[in-house]
Ligand binder design. Structure first.
Ligand code: ADP
Ligand code: ZN
Ligand code: ZN
Length: 668
């Protein structure tokens, strides 16, 4: 029997590519990109074949036979493998660890029952034939220009669709998609959104507009069976439109012709654990690799993308007006909390505005990015406060659930009846979260229909959707919520937005805090007056003179972004500097810092600045202390070259400290 050697990438830490033997005649070898089942250590694992060879350096007695090749599945394309390889190189992780978790779990099982079932189901599935797509609204001239620019773009064309909230960006995407699908009978389109639960309207819109086109969704709340089916539909080229969250960027799309990234500035495009990749950045790379257009849409683009548009790397498309007839952006006013002292967290100006909107039968939204009842419980008698015993953080009071909860390590305690230190029974909640505001609203407006939407109120599957439907039906007068309510939604009858406690972000250590706060305020303000009713936004603040609020009042993203970019250039921060962050975790802070000091001195470098290790702002989480070390360079290639050598040196240190490297970190 003749044998060939399969080089297979497996999801393992460190070295991830291994040689296996497989019986095959010359000319009938398995293909690169096919999946294979092998014995690895004491388990069975599925990996992807990255090379087929005749020889190997592995001694014969150590060489194992592969157990099976998944020949019923078409191989992953060389382009897809190149994407995985790029991500692995750029983020300095093993290839298999990047490639394999991107595939549905059911493909990585040792049996093929699930795969065969999905293939059968897909083969039986007929393409939908509905002759009557929903009518496309007539675009306004700016929208038409944008849709045409996207639909007609040739080759690698990154387009920044900068459109104010309510300017009809979705409509531009859909009509550009229609052009691309009409031009090319095989074309596939990938649409990325920050969180699928927040955009159910988009999925319904796509189905209504393209009834004859197979749509596949890819996101974390699919069942494994669904995920398998949708992934296969994309892999076989049958799904012409794939709508997904960041993980969909690694989908196999053999005929990909257009990528759309909605709300491209959204932090959720960045994966915050494991392989810490940016789906937006990978999408731009993928579009470049395939020489296709990519649209990045936002009312408040990330400074990175804005900078690229300023320097001409990205082409800018603008929508300056709201799309609905007579709809204008809301008036934004600041309410000075020093003069108008809040009651139940609400100033008299905001209370009067809420009352007025209720009288005229319109809806209001209160935005507070803090869930729970109060961020901390304390004892006035002895100074005890509800610290988490495992983290550098307070335990948050959740009154309806009768719990103290740590939002970082999930520790839960019953609310103590009396002070654990001095026995005082009069413990006081300090500060306000959404639950407390909800309680205050009910006291102030007993007749109002108040609804709270946050992570706590929407734990049950489907409950977020139900809650949003209630708002759309008009069965809510005042909606109170966290960032879950701030993005994306098109509430027709909502005309007042109150922002409750934004000041803390003004003085954050994180240099990105003001960029984020500005985007958040513009987004939440953008929920008001979308259907043409007169609308306003009230921001309660103690720092009404702050220039950031001035820019929000003028809806002036351009100038604000310009001044932030100037500051970043001056301070030597991204996008003018390229960074990587090494994090270390240990039971004792000194151990983590010690490891980082060793790392700092491991490899000399001229083009890269290696900073000193520091404890992370929230040092302790779940009984582990965390520290970090920042390396930076004004040249991306220089940083990458350094990281390649450095990561090898770090691995060679064989330290028992847990460490991880993040390229282009978002939170420092
Ligand atoms: P954005 O994503 O830019 O915030 P949307 O795409 O949600 O805005 O559009 C805002 C509203 O404008 C939606 O209700 C949409 O149906 C409507 N709309 C979009 N384009 C048009 C148009 N050309 N004519 C009339 N209404 C439009
Ligand atoms: Zn006490
Ligand atoms: Zn904790």
């Amino acid at each position: 029997m003749a044998y060939c050697i399969l080089q297979i990438a497996l999801d393992t830490p460190l070295d991830s590519v291994f040689d296996y033997r497989w019986p095959c005649e010359p000319g009938s070898e398995p293909a690169v990109g096919q999946l294979a089942l092998v014995n690895f250590g004491r388990r069975e694992a599925v990996g992807v074949i990255v090379a087929v060879k005749q020889e190997t350096d592995v001694p014969l007695e150590k060489l194992k036979d592969a157990l099976a090749v998944r020949s019923q599945l078409a191989p992953l394309s060389s382009k897809w493998l190149a994407l995985a390889r790029f991500a692995a190189d750029y983020y300095h992780r093993p290839l298999g660890e990047v490639a394999m978790p991107g595939l549905p779990k059911n493909l990585r099982l040792s049996t093929t029952v699930a795969l065969d079932r999905a293939l059968k189901k897909l083969a039986k599935l007929e393409d939908a034939h509905d002759p009557s797509p929903a009518a496309m609204p007539v675009l306004n001239p700016a929208q038409q220009q944008a849709a045409d620019a996207i639909g007609q773009a040739q080759g690698f064309t990154p387009l920044l669709l900068y459109g104010v909230t309510g300017s009809g960006k979705t409509e531009v995407y859909l009509q550009a998609c229609a052009q691309v699908l009409a031009k090319d009978a095989e074309a596939q389109i990938l649409i990325l959104v920050p969180e699928i639960n927040l955009t159910p309207q988009l999925e319904a819109n796509i189905r209504a507009r393209f009834p004859g086109v197979m749509l596949a969704t890819l996101h974390s709340s699919l069942s494994e069976g669904e995920r398998m089916l949708h992934w296969l539909a994309a892999h076989q080229g049958r799904a012409r439109i794939v709508l997904g969250t960041r993980l969909a960027i690694l989908a196999s799309l053999p005929h990909l012709k257009l990528v759309v990234i909605d709300e491209e500035h959204d932090p959720s495009y960045k994966q915050q654990e494991g392989l810490r990749y940016s789906a937006r950045d990978l999408a731009v790379w993928r579009a470049h690799q395939l020489q296709i257009p990519i649209v990045l849409g936002s009312a408040t683009p990330s400074l990175e993308s804005w900078h690229h548009a300023q320097t001409g790397r990205y082409r800018r498309l603008e929508l300056r007006e709201r799309a609905v007839k007579d709809a204008v952006l809301p008036r934004v006013k600041l309410v000075d909390m020093e003069k108008d002292k809040p009651k139940e967290g609400l100033t008299s100006a905001l209370i009067a505005a809420l009352r007025h909107r209720m009288e005229v039968g319109e809806q209001s939204l209160l935005f507070l990015n803090r869930r729970g009842y109060a961020p901390v419980l304390c004892c006035d008698a002895c100074g005890w406060i509800s610290n988490c015993t495992r983290c550098t953080a307070f335990m948050v009071l959740h009154r309806p659930e009768h719990r103290l909860r740590c939002h970082h390590c999930s520790l839960e305690l019953r609310i103590p009846h009396s002070c654990p230190t001095c026995g005082n029974i009069d413990l006081q909640p300090l500060g306000r979260g959404t639950q407390r505001i909800e309680e205050g609203l009910q006291a102030l407006f007993p007749e109002a229909r108040v609804l709270r939407i946050d992570a706590d109120s929407t734990r049950r599957k489907g409950s977020a959707q139900e809650a949003f439907d209630t708002v759309h039906r008009g069965d809510v007068d005042i909606l109170i919520g966290t960032q879950m309510v701030a993005k994306g939604h098109d509430f027709k009858n909502l005309t007042l937005v109150g922002v409750l406690n934004p000041d803390t972000a003004l003085f954050s250590q994180d240099y990105r805090a003001s960029e984020r706060l500005f985007a958040q305020l513009m987004q939440v303000a953008g929920r008001a007056g979308r259907a043409g009713l007169e609308s306003e936004v009230l921001i309660q603040s103690r720092y009404c003179q702050h220039p950031l609020y001035g820019a929000v009042m003028r809806h002036d993203y351009d100038r604000f972004a310009g001044s932030l970019l100037a500051e970043r250039a001056q301070a030597g921060l991204p996008p003018f500097m390229y960074q990587a962050l090494l994090r270390a975790e240990a039971p004792e802070l000194a151990t983590a810092i010690g490891f980082l000091e060793q790392a700092r001195d491991a490899v000399p470098s001229e083009d890269v600045v290696i900073n000193d290790p520091i404890p992370m702002t929230m040092t302790r989480v779940h009984n582990v202390d965390r520290a970090q070390l920042l390396v930076e360079s004004s040249s991306r290639p220089a940083l990458q070259a350094f990281l390649r050598v450095w990561v090898d040196a770090l691995r060679a240190m064989k330290s028992r400290v847990r460490w991880s490297l993040e390229v282009d970190p978002m939170d420092i």
